[in-house]
Design a protein around this ligand. Sequence first.
Ligand code: SF4
Length: 308
Amino acid sequence: MEILLANPRGFCAGVERAIAIVERALEKFGAPIYVRHEVVHNRFVVDKLKAKGAVFVRELDEVPAGATVIFSAHGVSKAVRAEAGARCLRVFDATCPLVTKVHLEVERHRKHGREVIMIGHRGHPEVEGTMGQAEGGMHLVENVADAAALEVGADETAPRAYVTQTTLSVDDAASIVAALKERFPAIVGPKKDDICYATQNRQDAVRRLAERCDVIIVVGSSNSSNSNRLREVAEQRGARAYLVDRAAEIDPGWFAGAQTLGVTAGASAPAALVVEVVRALAALTGAAPPDTAPHDEGVTFPLPAALA
Ligand code: SF4
């Protein structure tokens, strides 16, 4: 049995920045620091920050007046930003700069009078934040069928644009963009999509890995969009793929008949959990553990000046 690791895998620059913002705010202002939604979608990360004094809330009305609140890496709507201002909360914004880029695209399209079609998963915090960048003229499609059925009023030739969630499957997004272009030939959008470098690189890596492996373990939480996409991409390439938060969730029965196991991790899964999973796999199978040194993608995002 052999264990192979995907490269790159695990933390992206946006997640590193978001966690650092919470940690620096805790150091600078002391607990409690309120965080709207999970700062990143990983149970281990959230529990660690909770232990240091972060308090995770669903909505701002759970945050006491004058307290410090951090917006998650997924971004927030303009209404949430306005509410924080009206309540005089001290805000640190951990929205990933690559999500902010999509917010600015929405703003620009609306300024030019274009209806904006967002490709994304309904209910995901990033989608709620991006849809909330405009008061109207926004539509959400989740798949090709939605694109075909979208009700846009009588004028099919009205100016339109599309944006995408940053953590979609590259292949799924391409087919939805193609369906939109077929229906609205004049639609404008980013060069290809808004899928971020980290999502793209991790999907490319797991695609290559799945071609060499019988089984792929994806380290990540079940509510992590990009981790779920990694599992799907591996399955589409013919591997049996499983998503686990921690090593304790691994079922040895998954490896029946397997010769090669692959491990990758979503953009919100810490390197320590990859090491834990690799060690557990090595112990279960007798295979030599691979080198788990992290891969440097050469991308970093600066902290807000007040926390730097
Ligand atoms: S997955 Fe992409 S968009 Fe999301 S935080 Fe990481 S770099 Fe930013």
